[in-house]
Design a protein around this ligand. Structure first.
Ligand code: NAD
Length: 326
C-alpha cells in the first residue's frame, strides 16, 4: 500500500487532499495545529503538532513515507496577507515549517515531496494591466512579489529546488492560483474572494447591498478544489519537478465574480465599493506549460464551482455558524 504524510491536513486543501488520497487507496497520516474545521478527517492517523519545531518534524516522519505533501503555511486571503499586519508571522512561521520539514525529510530519506507554492510569487510589474497579466512560469524573475507571503513562497521554492539539486531529492512544486470550494475559510477573516462574496450575497436581503474592497475591476481566476487535487495527483505521477502553475484560465473581474454569485443566488444587490487590501491589478493562470508537459489542464467552469460553494456557505449560515465579519 502506498503511504503518504499530509502536512497542513487540518486546512482547506490538506483535508480535501487526505480524502482524495484515501479514495485512491493510500494509507495517510495527517499533521496540523488543528483538526479540520468542517468535517472529520479521513486520515488513518492524525497528529496535532507544530511543524515549526524540528523535533515534531522528525517525530511525524518516524516511518518511511512514499509521498510527503507539504501544504502547511501561515496563510489567508487579502484581509490577512495584504494588510502588512501579519508579515512577520507569515514569513517566520512558513519559512520555519519548510526549513525544518525539508531537512527532516532529507535526514529520514523520504522518497517524493510535494510543495505548494503560490501565484503570489509572480512579479508585481507583470500584473498591472487587468486585461493582460503575465504568469508564465519563467516570468518569475527578476523577482518582485507584492507580499511577504509571496517572497516566502519564492524562497521556499528555491529551498526545495536546492535540496533536489544537491541531495538528489525527488521534488514536485506547484504554484496554486486561488483555490476555492466547500469547507474552506468563509467567515474567519482568512477567507478569499469567492467565499467572501458567497457569504455576503447569502446574508443580504434581495434588493440590498454588499460591500467590496476596491473598484472591482481587478481580475483573477479561481480553481475549484476537486480539479486542484486531480492536477496535484497527476503532477505527482509525472516526472515534472516544476514549479508549475495549477490554476484556471477563466479570468473574471471581481465585479463579475460578485455578479455571478448574485445570479446563482437569484438576488439583485447593489455593490458598494470601499477601500481595502487588494493585491495586484490583474492575475490569471497561464496554463501553457502544464498543457505541454502534462497534456492536461483544469477546465471546470467557475460558475459550477461557485454554485457548490454558495450552497455550502448558505447551509453554514443556516446552522448559525456566522461570526459577522465585514
Ligand atoms: P489553510 O490555511 O486552510 O491550510 C494551511 C494549514 O496549515 C492550516 O490548517 C494550518 O493550521 C496549518 N499550519 C499552519 N502553521 C502550522 C504549523 N506551524 N504546524 C502545523 N500546521 C500548521 O490553507 P489552504 O488554502 O489549505 O492552503 C494550503 C497550501 O496551499 C498553503 O501552503 C498555501 O500557501 C498554498 N496555497 C493556497 C492557495 C489557495 O488559494 N487556497 C493558493 C496558493 C497557495
Amino acid at each position: 500500500m502506498v503511504n503518504a504524510l499530509v502536512c497542513g491536513a487540518g486546512g482547506f486543501i490538506g483535508s480535501n487532499l487526505v480524502k482524495q488520497l484515501k479514495k485512491e487507496g493510500y494509507w495517510v497520516r495527517g499533521i496540523d495545529l488543528k483538526h479540520p474545521e468542517f468535517s472529520k478527517t479521513k486520515a488513518d492517523d492524525f497528529v496535532i503538532g507544530d511543524l515549526r519545531n524540528p523535533d515534531i518534524c522528525r517525530h511525524v516522519l518516524d516511518q518511511p513515507f512514499d509521498e510527503v505533501y507539504q501544504l502547511a503555511a501561515d496563510m489567508g486571503g487579502a484581509g490577512y496577507v495584504f494588510t502588512g499586519d501579519n508579515d512577520a508571522d507569515i514569513m517566520h512561521n512558513s519559512a520555519l515549517i519548510n526549513l525544518n520539514m525539508l531537512e527532516a525529510c532529507y535526514q529520514r530519506d523520504m522518497k517524493k515531496i510535494f510543495y505548494s507554492s503560490s501565484a503570489c510569487i509572480y512579479p508585481k510589474y507583470n500584473q498591472t494591466d487587468p486585461d493582460n497579466p503575465k504568469t508564465a512560469e519563467n516570468s518569475a524573475y527578476p523577482a518582485y512579489p507584492d507580499s511577504e507571503y509571496g517572497w516566502e513562497k519564492l524562497f521556499s521554492e528555491r529551498l526545495y529546488l536546492s535540496f533536489h539539486r544537491n541531495h538528489n531529492m525527488d521534488i514536485r512544486i506547484a504554484r496554486f492560483h486561488n483555490i476555492f470550494g466547500p469547507e474552506g475559510s468563509w467567515n474567519d477573516g482568512r477567507e478569499k474572494a469567492p467565499a467572501a462574496f458567497c457569504r455576503k450575497v447569502a446574508e443580504a436581503p434581495d434588493g440590498g447591498e454588499i460591500k467590496m474592497w476596491g473598484d472591482g475591476k481587478q481580475t483573477r481566476s479561481f480553481l475549484y478544489i476537486d480539479e486542484c487535487l486531480e492536477t496535484v495527483m497527476r503532477l505527482m505521477k509525472s516526472n515534472i519537478i516544476g514549479p508549475i502553475n495549477i490554476g484556471s484560465e477563466e479570468m473574471v473581474t471581481i465585479n463579475g465574480l460578485a455578479e455571478m454569485v448574485m445570479n446563482i443566488a437569484g438576488k439583485k444587490l447593489r455593490i458598494k465599493h470601499i477601500p481595502g487590501p487588494l493585491g495586484v491589478r490583474g492575475r490569471n493562470s497561464d496554463n501553457q506549460l502544464i498543457r505541454d508537459k502534462l497534456g492536461w489542464e483544469p477546465k471546470y467552469p467557475l460558475r459550477e464551482g461557485l454554485k457548490k460553494t454558495y450552497l455550502w456557505i448558505k447551509k453554514q449560515i443556516k446552522k448559525g455558524k456566522n461570526k459577522e465579519y465585514e
